[in-house]
Design a protein around this ligand. Structure first.
Ligand SMILES: Nc1ncnc2c1ncn2[C@@H]1O[C@H](COP(=O)(O)OP(=O)(O)OP(=O)(O)O)[C@@H](O)[C@H]1O
Length: 356
């Protein structure tokens, strides 16, 4: 088990990580979701030993890692741009780590060949060993990078946006393969990404990194349907957040007074969250009974194939998003510039206490 306790990393005035706690259990695929600049790479570099924390500790199976040089940590790192040696063949790239390991370096040529072939076989690249890394595709380079890491039998594998350099089709295929390879090896993978879809698809568990801390750790479906705070909700790119203040048992927002179910003291700042797919759209005169609603103007739509995303603007300029699934379409024909009622069942709304 990898454990980070109160890890802080500062760069001058920038606090990249701020007393962060995280546990990566054994035999787990953990995705770490964070926006650009949220500290994802910094976190991986700290675990691998390319950086040291200003405060806090990094423990692997109870043993302190911080302070140890990278080559003594038994941590595998798959870099964002793969970082292969361009002048070496696929096999030599994979074998490199075995020859030059500080402890347990393997010198027998036969043994190196066998381990290298096993690693290439594992990532589906048998027969490619003699090629130059310039003579293979992006997806294959990605696999070489993975094989080069796995051949050293690391205790945990860190993957820094491993699918970022691949096109969409290949990304989907590599998603499945990464999961399958990990399941065969039983070693934990910590995969960082800025893409919510990738994080939710890949991870048995997903951790959200925001403001230098972990905002939430949960399995994908719990995280998606029950974010615990606005930071987690925002990263899922599936929730609208409406800031407001509690007033006489209801919520005063920029779109008017909305009922709330929870008992919250007056003047408490809160944010009301409603998922994109929980909002219905209708004529303001035809709001379904028992649904809460507010008015907004239709701005534009975005067609994504199986789903369509519609954008609305509230009178004070908040952007609200509504998702419709084409196989089960709920939305009327929308006209740009027209006002609609956006409605939702009261139990679809989640209330987060605290100012936006
Ligand atoms: N060597 C450095 N010197 C100064 N600031 C740094 C350094 N490395 C990172 N930072 C800052 O720390 C913060 C976190 O950076 P980091 O690269 O970890 O983010 P990230 O989540 O990996 O971003 P991205 O997804 O864009 O790669 C950023 O504000 C960045 O500018």
């Amino acid at each position: 088990m990898l454990k980070l306790n109160g890890v802080t990393r500062r760069y001058g005035d920038i606090v990249a990580l701020d007393g962060l706690d995280l546990i990566v259990p054994d035999d787990t695929y953990l995705s770490l979701l964070g926006a650009s600049g949220s500290g994802k790479t910094t976190l991986l570099r700290l675990i691998a030993g390319y950086e040291e924390p200003n405060e806090g500790e990094v423990l692997l199976n109870g043993e302190r890692l911080d302070g140890k040089p990278p080559h003594r940590r038994d941590i595998g790192f798959v870099f964002q741009n793969f970082a292969l040696f361009p002048h070496l063949s696929v096999s030599d790239n994979v074998a490199f780590g075995l020859r030059y390991r500080e402890s347990g370096a393997i010198e027998s040529k036969a043994q190196i060949r066998e381990r290298t072939e096993d690693a290439l076989n594992l990532v589906g690249l048998d027969g490619f060993g003699h090629r130059g890394v310039g003579e293979i595709s992006g997806g294959q380079r990605q696999r070489v990078a993975l094989a080069r890491t796995l051949v050293t039998e690391p205790r945990i594998v860190l993957l820094d946006e491993p699918l970022g350099a691949l096109d969409a089709n290949l990304r989907a295929r590599m998603c499945d393969e990464l999961r399958a390879i990990r399941e065969r090896l039983k070693v934990s993978f910590l995969h960082v990404t800025g893409s919510e879809t990738e994080a939710l698809t890949m991870g048995d568990t997903v951790a959200v990194l925001a403001d230098g801390k972990i905002a939430q750790v949960d399995d994908s479906s719990t995280l998606f349907s029950q974010p615990k705070n606005p930071a987690a909700a925002r990263h899922l790119n599936a929730w609208n957040l409406l800031p407001g203040v509690v007033e006489g048992g209801a919520l005063r927002t920029s779109v008017g007074l909305l009922p709330i179910v929870e008992q919250v003291a007056d003047n408490t700042p809160v944010q009301l969250a409603v998922r994109f797919d929980e909002i219905g759209v209708c004529d303001p005169a035809q709001v379904p009974e028992a649904h809460d609603h507010f008015e907004a103007t239709y701005v534009t739509g975005e067609f994504n194939g199986p789903t369509a995303l519609s954008f609305f603007r509230t009178p004070d300029g908040e952007l609200i998003q509504v998702v419709d699934h084409l196989s089960d379409s709920r939305l009327p024909d929308l006209k740009e510039g027209q006002a609609y009622a956006l409605h939702f069942p009261p139990d679809a709304a989640v209330l987060f206490k605290g100012a936006a």
